[in-house]
Design a protein around this ligand. Structure first.
Ligand SMILES: *[C@@H]1O[C@H](CO)[C@@H](O)[C@H](O)[C@H]1NC(C)=O
Ligand SMILES: *[C@@H]1O[C@H](CO)[C@@H](O)[C@H](O)[C@H]1NC(C)=O
Length: 587
């Protein structure tokens, strides 16, 4: 934090720092220039209130906290979407997900299966791609959830290796309740219902045909009767084994283009991921690298290694977060041991806020968003989008600073690209802004005057940083209707909807002053806020301007791109016997 009482220091420190940075750049000049390595750590569904350095005093995240002590903390760091797939697409491309078509408009929200044709379009450019072209080794370990195939079960058009990563180890899909069996996902419940409906129809058809045959009225052969009986038997078997089918269909691990475990063995996943991260760092320590570790923690079903079970004060969820923190420590330990810490920019974030609906009885299975209202799935409320953001680069970034400026996960794109010596694509709009000036302290304000908060394709809210008044305004055009009323979440549904009858439209929009009311509890009125109309108008003009920059992209997550297809199902073995284990147990 810049010392408030010493304006001269505040003025000179940033300049001195950037001179130092330039000096450092010229000193370590020729080998890899000043280009740092990048270690990007992303948690899954972890709330900003789950982390010690963001104010949690009962959960233990000492490794993340130390990262923050040696680096700096962003307090207003925002995901471009409140669910996984669109948020991750925006992170990797630096663009609002509406631009790449990585949003649904029918409530699907995220890619629903591995065997769907939707995914990050091949003409989108990730920061990994740009850095790879600049000579970086680029690795992804962990969750992808941005699609896999387009036309066949092995074209891998959306695969990480087709998006700029030259090494991949992890889940092409995502963790979900089905992977563990004990938690029924909506997907499984819906599928079971549909299969049993088909079963009933087939049984009915079979009985009618049999009756017809017996009375010599309807059919002349037994063939349709036999087929409907076989069909009914198959469906009955399938609906009994829906869980198993889903686990085999989606809960598997790949190394590059090869499936290594189908289904995965969760008791060893943590150890394998750590082993992979460590060997990636060792393998590439003599060249510039970018390693993106995309944790499966702390998404339900909260697969936790035995040594962490029952250790936290916050049940299985807390155990899982503490295990993730331990993993962060292990990875940073490798960086230290390999002498890479000073040459590596480390970043920690979460893809969006914690899920309030993952609360079963008195048990907490989802993240905690601190004082912020709402959570995962809600496009506009802070709790769904305000996430941890920590940067560390010893000797370059000042340690211990706290930055309150509005920033976005999309900013990682231009920041990483420019530090890595790459060029930003010129043929498309990039919504992220280079963070380096505010990280170094050479700029006081982030470049984001406005940030838009979408829920699917619907613009739910906008934030405006009115710098001359040092105020961050937040305007909500739409908000989800909580269930039950006033509950603060949509219990009984997976996530709140983005549109339809359970979303309230606000005319005039709701206005909050986030600077004084971060919890969004006191909506302002023209009486309580004299500039009410002026703020609404300024923001509306910015929205119009933003809309002029949008051009339609093929939708990736509506029904055609987001429906399970037999021909796209990756299978290790011969269908339907998709199982294999090509992994030895970790050391
Ligand atoms: C710390 O995190 C746990 C787990 O999410 C949560 O239950 C608790 O309320 C948090 N405590 C504070 C002070 O934020
Ligand atoms: C990618 O291709 C689609 C059409 O196939 C197009 O609509 C979109 O604008 C393209 N994206 C970029 C970034 O060029």
């Amino acid at each position: 934090m810049s010392p408030p009482g010493r304006p001269w220091l505040r003025r000179w420190l940033p300049a001195a720092l950037s001179t130092l940075l330039a000096l450092k750049a010229s000193l370590c000049g020729h080998v890899s220039g000043s280009r740092p390595n990048f270690l990007l750590l992303m948690a899954d569904d972890v709330g900003i209130g789950d982390i010690g350095c963001y104010g949690n005093d009962t959960i233990r995240t000492p490794n993340i906290d130390r990262l923050a002590e040696d680096g700096l903390i962003l307090t207003q760091h925002l995901a471009a979407a409140s669910v996984c797939t669109p948020s991750r697409a925006a992170f990797l491309t630096g663009r609002y997900p509406v631009r790449s078509g990585m949003v649904s408009s029918n409530g699907s929200r995220v890619l629903q299966w591995t065997a769907v044709s939707g995914g990050l379009p091949t003409n989108e450019t990730t920061f990994a791609k740009i850095l790879k072209d600049r000579g970086y080794a680029t690795g992804l370990i962990g969750k992808w959830h941005l699609g896999l195939n387009c036309k066949s079960s092995h074209d891998h058009c959306h695969h990480p290796l087709n998006h700029g990563f030259d090494y991949f180890y992890g889940m092409p899909f995502s963790m979900m309740g089905d992977c563990a069996f004990w938690e029924l996902s909506e997907k499984r419940v819906g599928l079971e219902r549909r299969l049993s409906l088909c079963f009933q129809i087939l049984v009915l058809a079979g009985l009618t045909l049999t009756a017809g045959k017996l009375s010599h009225l309807l059919v002349v052969s037994w063939t349709p009767v036999i087929w409907s009986t076989i069909g009914a038997m198959l469906l009955l078997t399938a609906s009994r084994f829906v869980g198993t089918l889903i686990v085999h269909a989606d809960c598997f691990v790949m190394r590059n283009h090869t499936i290594t475990e189908q289904p995965m063995h969760f008791e060893r996943t943590t150890a394998l991921f750590l082993e992979e991260a460590s060997s990636f760092l060792k393998r590439n320590k003599h060249r510039p690298f970018l390693l993106f570790v995309s944790f499966l923690h702390a998404h339900t079903p909260l697969m936790t290694t035995e040594s962490f079970l029952g250790k936290s004060l916050h049940g299985l969820y807390g155990d899982n977060v503490e295990e993730m923190d331990w993993m962060v420590g292990q990875i940073l330990g490798t960086l230290d041991r390999e002498g890479l810490a000073d040459r590596t920019l480390v970043y920690f974030t979460s893809d969006h806020g914690g899920s309030l609906e993952s609360q079963i009885g008195n048990h907490q299975y989802g993240g905690w968003n601190g004082r912020y209202k709402g959570g995962k799935g809600m496009g506009g409320w802070e709790g769904g989008i305000r996430v941890p953001g920590i940067f560390r680069w010893p000797g370059v970034l000042p340690a211990g600073r706290v930055i309150h400026e509005p920033t976005s996960l999309m900013d990682v794109f231009p920041t990483v690209v420019q530090l890595g010596g790459g060029q930003l694509p010129q043929d498309r709009v990039i919504d992220g802004r280079d963070l380096l000036p505010i990280l170094l302290g050479t700029a006081r304000h982030s470049e984001h005057e406005f940030l838009l908060h979408y829920c699917e394709t619907h613009l739910h809210a906008v934030r405006w940083h009115q710098r001359d008044r040092a105020t961050v305004w937040k305007i909500h055009y739409m908000t989800p209707v909580f269930q039950p009323e006033g509950a603060g979440a949509c219990y009984g549904r997976g996530v709140c909807p983005c549109s339809g009858e359970n979303v309230a439209q606000h005319t005039p929009p709701l206005l909050f002053n986030l600077s004084g009311d971060p919890s969004e509890t006191r909506a302002l009125t023209p009486t309580t806020e004299p500039s009410f109309h002026q703020v609404l108008e300024t923001v509306w003009r910015a929205v119009q301007e933003h809309r002029r920059t949008l051009s339609p992209a093929p939708p990736q997550m509506d029904t055609p791109g987001n429906t399970w297809r037999f021909g796209l199902q990756p299978c290790c073995g011969s269908f339907p016997f998709c199982w294999c284990d090509r992994e030895g147990d970790p050391p």
